[in-house]
Design a protein around this ligand. Structure first.
Ligand code: AMP
Length: 429
């Protein structure tokens, strides 16, 4: 067991003060292992997923080394470069670093594409010690002399497998060639396919390797069901589900930030108090949304995977997947939000015909076959479809009720409890 404190691992007072304010009482396993190695200057290969505390595992020792060094970065010449595959992740890392460094004078910036580059250029010109970036925008700014990488002493590649998946490998290699060869390098990846180990070999020098198993989620305590429904019908079905009196506090997951906004807005309009959180919202806006959710002012939280990381709220009765995630592991993370601390919870997934492959991937990973939720709308049936592995579906199935009325205009939701309550678990809990 690890009983070490951050202080005993070598993290100094100003960072420890911020950690205490965040209620980080003890380091996570990856933090206990990585912090001393990084402080002594080793390179690091971390096989770890988000949720393990890896951001703090690399940020804290790097911030500590910057504080010990005490020399300010020059204009356009950051000292630390953290590369992330998406702007969401980059923003999340920047937010974390900003919180950890709040009692220091360390400056940071985050640059990514898709937004006006002028504020980013201004921040770089003023000088920042820590730069978090996605590869494309970084290279643009280097190409236009708004940024130079010749003072980088610490490099972090976060989610290297996703960097590769998203086609950034050549950009990453180009960036690495611009860095001084004397530097500390860290690479984190949830998985280690051959290309990632090859990249690690090129970039890291005699690294320490740390493998952290993902947090185990006991999915067998969770009553999981799915409902086949066309994309267009999802919002209506969601609203009906949320009106079920058994749903007392729910997180709804969407794949995109825009999706989260759209769903939350429509719920609000339908009189269901919902808040959206996603990577585009500021830390403050996210905090406010979470507070509202915790206090019960909003009892539905609509979230993206990245924004939902680290959320640990008790009493979530239902997790609803408005869309299934790309990675089946995210499904496990999502539904783990219910059934916290040994309680049992309910997870429902709305699956449209294009998501059958994702559904099967989830079922393979969890070894649970998601049974259809047996749902009826007062007198009318929802446009429920049967799953079909070809990716097609029986769209006509049950789109009209037996009495021939059109679907979709019913008011309340009634389910056959006896069937729904049968958990889709393999063994008795
Ligand atoms: P990460 O794996 O870096 O995405 O971190 C997952 C979540 O755990 C984040 O919300 C962090 O704020 C939180 N976290 C990281 N380290 C600790 C710690 N030592 N104690 C409590 N929470 C932590």
């Amino acid at each position: 067991m690890n009983n070490k404190t951050f202080d005993s691992l070598g993290i100094g007072a100003s960072l420890c003060r911020a950690l205490a304010e965040l209620d980080y009482t003890l380091p996570t396993p990856i933090q206990s292992r990585a912090i001393p190695d990084l402080l002594s200057g080793n390179d690091l290969l971390g096989v770890a997923q988000t949720g393990t505390g890896k951001t703090a595992a690399f940020s804290l020792p790097i911030l500590e080394m910057l504080l010990a060094d005490g020399v300010k970065a020059q204009s356009k010449r950051p000292k630390v470069l953290i590369l992330a595959p998406t702007r969401e992740l980059a923003g999340q890392i920047r937010d974390d670093i900003s919180t950890y460094a709040r009692h220091t004078r360390i400056r940071h910036a985050c640059i990514f594409g898709g937004v006006n580059q002028n504020p980013q250029i201004k921040a770089l010109a003023k000088g920042v010690e820590v730069l978090v970036a996605t590869p494309g925008r970084l290279l643009d700014l280097v190409g236009n002399n708004f940024l130079a990488l010749d003072e980088i002493s610490h490099l972090v590649l976060d989610e290297a497998d996703r960097l590769l998946d998203m086609g950034f490998i050549r950009d990453v290699r180009r960036i690495v060639r611009l860095l001084p060869s004397r530097r500390q390098s860290l690479l984190f990846s949830a998985t280690m396919p051959r290309e990632v180990s090859q990249l690690a070999e090129e970039i890291l020098h005699r690294p320490v390797r740390i493998d952290v198993a993902p947090k185990k989620v006991t999915v067998d305590k969770i009553d999981q069901h799915m409902l086949m429904v066309d994309t267009a019908g999802k919002q209506g079905v969601l609203e009906k589900m949320l009106r079920d009196p058994e749903v007392t506090r729910a997180i709804v997951f969407t794949r995109t930030k825009h999706g989260a906004n759209r769903v939350a807005k429509k719920l609000d309009r339908a009189g269901i108090a919902a808040e959206a959180i996603h990577g585009n919202k500021s830390q403050n806006a996210r905090q406010r949304a979470l507070e509202k959710f915790k206090s019960g002012d909003a009892w539905v939280l609509v979230a993206t995977d990245i924004a939902a990381r680290g959320i640990d709220i008790q009493g979530i009765s239902h997790v609803i997947n408005f869309e299934l995630p790309h990675e089946p592991e995210s499904y496990v993370h999502r539904i783990g939000r219910t059934a916290r601390a040994g309680a049992s919870g309910v997870a429902w997934s709305l699956v449209d015909p294009t998501e059958i492959k994702r559904l099967r991937a989830v079922e393979r990973l969890t070894r649970v076959k998601l049974q259809p939720l047996d749902i009826e709308v007062a007198g009318l049936e929802l446009p429920v479809m049967e799953a079909d592995d070809s990716g097609r579906h029986d769209g006509r199935a049950r789109s009209r009720s037996e009495n021939g009325r059109e679907t979709g205009s019913g008011k309340g939701t009634r389910r056959r409890r006896s069937r729904r309550r049968q958990p889709a678990r393999s063994a008795a809990a």
